[in-house]
Design a binder for this molecule. Structure first.
Ligand code: ADP
Ligand code: MG
Length: 253
């Protein structure tokens, strides 16, 4: 589904050039999940924007479903941290918005919104405005909106990082169940080690900027809510932590 090789991204502004990513290569099979973890500024968001076709890369190849990445691929959903909800629209209207702005008739848009809100357990909150929703509910509305577009690739940029621990776990569970049901391909950027191990079949650990992949941890035993309580889960978290710390040590030398 995703094939990246020799990827380099350099931002060029008036007098400055910042290389955000260099020599990045990985693959992700259809229906698999991958978590990306690394220090702030290592190019995680940059990578997602490239995969979403919103940012042009400087070097290398990026293929999605066997084709070079193209701008605004419709079947790609990008879910950001700040939800992107319109404050003057209700949860239901916000959920339907993605289809409405693509010209889908209102009745059809609302029906699809209802289905995905039910799927995410927020149908009860349909008439509330964003200000009346909790952070977790807002993120669920944002995810529900992207679901109405029937994406086959989910790109998520630290989607739960502003939520408290319990709400966060609830959303992780929802996402896991959803992934198991739909078998969609997911790339999740996070700086939370437990989240990466709970949701990523592959965990790509990035170095400090310019980001490159330090290590890939295989974590194909994930996939069950209970995983959080298993010894293997703790071992994996420790392993990821160790690699991150080692990476930090190297860049400090
Ligand atoms: N529009 C831009 N212009 C110049 N530099 C940028 C721009 N966006 C990001 N950067 C730089 O690129 C690097 C990677 O940024 P980013 O992808 O946001 O990292 P992360 O998401 O891992 O925190 C950082 O050094 C950041 O300052
Ligand atoms: Mg970022």
């Amino acid at each position: 589904m995703i094939k990246v090789s020799g990827l380099e991204v350099t931002y060029v502004n008036k007098n400055t050039r910042v290389t955000a990513l260099t020599g990045v290569g990985f693959t992700l099979e259809k229906g698999h999940t991958c978590a990306i973890i690394g220090p702030s500024g290592c190019g995680k968001s940059t990578l997602l924007y490239v995969l979403a076709g919103l940012l042009k890369h400087t070097r290398g190849e990026v293929n999605i479903n066997g084709e070079p990445v193209r701008p605004k691929r419709r079947e790609t959903a990008l879910i950001l941290q700040d939800y992107g909800l319109l404050p003057w629209k209700t949860a239901l209207q916000n959920t339907a918005l993605g289809l409405l702005i693509r010209g889908v008739p209102k009745k059809e848009s609302l029906a699809a919104a209802e289905e995905s809100m039910k799927e995410l357990g927020i149908w009860e909150a349909r008439d509330h405005y964003p200000a009346q929703l909790s952070g977790g509910q807002r993120q669920r509305v944002a995810i529900a909106r992207s679901l109405t577009l029937k994406p086959d690739l989910f790109l998520m940029d630290e989607p739960f990082s502003s939520l408290d621990a319990l709400t966060r776990e609830g959303l992780q569970d929802t996402l896991l169940e959803f992934w198991k049901k739909k078998k969609s391909t997911m790339v999740l950027v996070t700086h939370n080690i437990e989240e990466a191990v709970f949701l990523g079949q592959k965990i790509l650990i990035f170095s400090a900027g310019p980001g490159r992949i330090l290590h890939t941890v295989r974590n194909y035993e994930m996939g069950d809510r209970d995983y959080r309580r298993q010894p293997l889960f703790y071992d994996r978290c420790s392993l990821v932590r160790e690699i991150i710390e080692r990476g930090r040590g190297n860049s400090a030398q």
